[in-house]
Design a protein around this ligand. Structure first.
Ligand code: HEM
Length: 499
């Protein structure tokens, strides 16, 4: 009898604990969906049957017309999802001091992951400010210009690779192709080494890059637990980077450093910038390794996702592909090359790439953690956001909103004609790189390497979607953090200049 009573008491306690916050939003008069026990309003956060972007889309569609913000529950924790661009602007820009940190800032454990510890993405408050300011000069126009020939070399290798491989008439996974490209570019720009992704059977740097960002089911589950039950943060240590990967990249940096110093090599690349930083600020070798790995991890994955989606959309839209090819050809010099300035001048290339980013932003949402309690208000509706509350900004959902983009599901680079992109960015309805003081730090480098890859491919090949692509419709892989599609993006390439 006592035993049954005990079990019942435990069940009741667990129920009360799990549903404790379910009236959090109704008590504050903020509209919210009906949360389900254990799942909250984001069931796929736990089940991983679908990407969490789809849960947020359902809430966005239900509430967008009614309210500028909606209260949601993640397992048992209240969160705020912003639906109105003006309020997005408040969070990301106007009230930045209250929302200066990201949701992930408290997640990284400097002992477990010392090499992610310098990445501004994971840092907060003054430390974030200091590191962001430290790294920003690595992306000046002069440095990017100096890196451009390295990017061009990789483009040439990529074109040769596609030429050779297309003779086998097998389709290419645009995602893997783009990842090879960005891996080679960033290895070259950071470590000064050729990752040989296009020539080696199992290129080590590409393999390590794959491991660096491949989230395991255990990692997802730990993040889910820590995010859902904040008290567990003290007990559950999250380690993003495996020891083997850490060792590999530290070694790579040490070797690159040794080579450069022994041979007195002068190259205006990212490693050179880190060396200058060491000389100026006496940063440790671990800090140097941390900076280089941050460049590497931030630099290859997001851009390769973006390039692959742009290629996919071009493959589907022959008119746009042909028009872009004409534009690129018009801007090439006598040797068929695009220089740094002309690459930036091809406005149609810019439009194509941004339209692909609109349809397939690599990061589907971004988030901020409230660091000082503050009120958000719009159209007579008000919410008090308490310190510690996570606030979600729906990036992809705004990109697909027909209130802002006509026929939002169709690929129309012309929608960015006449310089209207700035207006979309200013209104915070188009945010592939986020917005405000925490906007993507590597945006200019990302644009440079992505446009260089797309221009090289479109100049040299005609390409179409292969039937292996599961695009009816494309579905975001629930096993990934970022916007990666299930089954890959398979394309057929036909060389335009047959040898
Ligand atoms: C197409 C490629 C890329 C996309 C779409 C992208 C997107 C983003 C987004 C959405 C954020 C969050 C911004 C916010 O919350 O407001 C971000 C942050 C960041 N990105 Fe990127 N990114 C790309 C490439 C890169 C590259 C190439 C680098 C560096 C080499 C980089 C470095 C960073 C860093 C360091 C942050 C954190 C900034 C901070 O918190 O201060 N990203 N990126």
């Amino acid at each position: 009898m006592i035993f049954i009573f005990l079990i019942l008491a435990i069940v009741v306690l667990v129920y009360v604990y799990l549903t404790w916050n379910f009236d959090y939003w109704s008590k504050r008069g903020v509209p919210s969906p009906k949360a389900k026990i254990l799942f909250g309003d984001l069931p796929n956060g736990l089940t991983r049957k679908k990407h969490i972007a789809y849960d947020i889309q359902a809430i966005y569609d239900d509430f967008k017309a009614k309210t500028p913000f909606v209260g949601i529950i993640q397992t048992r924790d209240p969160r705020l999802l912003i639906l109105e661009p003006e309020v997005v602007k408040d969070v990301l820009i106007r009230k930045f001091n209250n929302f200066r940190n990201s949701e992930f800032t408290d997640m990284i454990d400097t002992e477990q992951d010392p090499l992610f510890a310098q990445n501004p993405f994971f840092l907060k408050d003054d430390e974030w400010k200091e590191k962001r300011a430290e790294i920003t000069p690595a992306f000046t126009t002069n440095r990017l210009k100096a890196l451009y020939p390295l990017i061009q070399d990789v483009s040439v290798r990529m074109v040769k690779y596609i030429n050779d491989e297309s003779k086998k008439s097998d389709p290419f996974d645009a995602r893997e192709l783009s990842a090879k490209f960005t891996t080679d570019v960033v290895s070259n720009c950071i470590f000064g080494v050729d990752a040989e992704s296009f020539t080696k059977e199992k290129p080590e740097i590409r393999e390590m890059g794959r491991k660096l960002l491949a989230p395991s089911a255990t990692l997802f589950f730990k993040i889910f637990l820590v995010e859902s039950f904040k008290f567990l943060k003290k007990f559950i240590k999250i380690q993003f980077m495996q020891a083997e990967v850490k060792e590999f990249f530290v070694n790579l940096m040490q070797q690159a450093l040794k080579y450069r110093e022994e041979k007195n090599v002068q190259r205006e690349d990212f490693l050179d910038y880190i060396i200058q930083l060491r000389n100026k600020k006496h940063i440790s070798e671990l800090e140097m390794a941390s900076h280089t790995i941050s460049f590497f991890s931030d630099g290859f994955e997001t851009s390769s996702i973006a390039i692959s989606h742009a290629l996919y959309e071009l493959a589907k839209n022959k008119r746009v592909q042909d028009k872009l090819r004409d534009e690129v050809n018009k801007h090439c010099d006598d040797n068929g090359l695009l220089n740094f300035e002309t690459l930036n001048d091809i406005s149609y290339l810019d439009q194509v790439f941004h339209e692909a980013l609109r349809l397939h932003p690599p990061a589907v949402i971004t988030s901020r953690m409230c660091s000082e309690t503050v009120d958000l208000e719009h159209d007579g509706k008000k919410v008090t956001v308490d310190k510690g509350m996570n606030v979600y900004i729906p990036i992809i959902h705004m990109h697909y909103d027909s209130e802002y983009f006509l026929e939002p599901k169709s690929f129309q680079p012309e929608r960015f004609d006449d310089g209207v992109m700035k207006d979309y960015l200013d209104r915070c309805v188009f945010m592939p790189f986020g917005a405000g003081p925490r906007i993507c730090l590597g945006m200019r480098f990302a644009l440079l390497q992505s446009k260089a890859a797309i221009a090289a491919i479109v100049r040299n090949f005609e390409f179409s979607v292969n039937e292996k692509t599961q695009d009816n419709p494309l579905i975001i892989d629930p096993k990934e953090f970022l916007n990666i599609k299930i089954g890959g993006l398979w394309l057929n390439f036909k060389p335009l200049n047959e040898e």
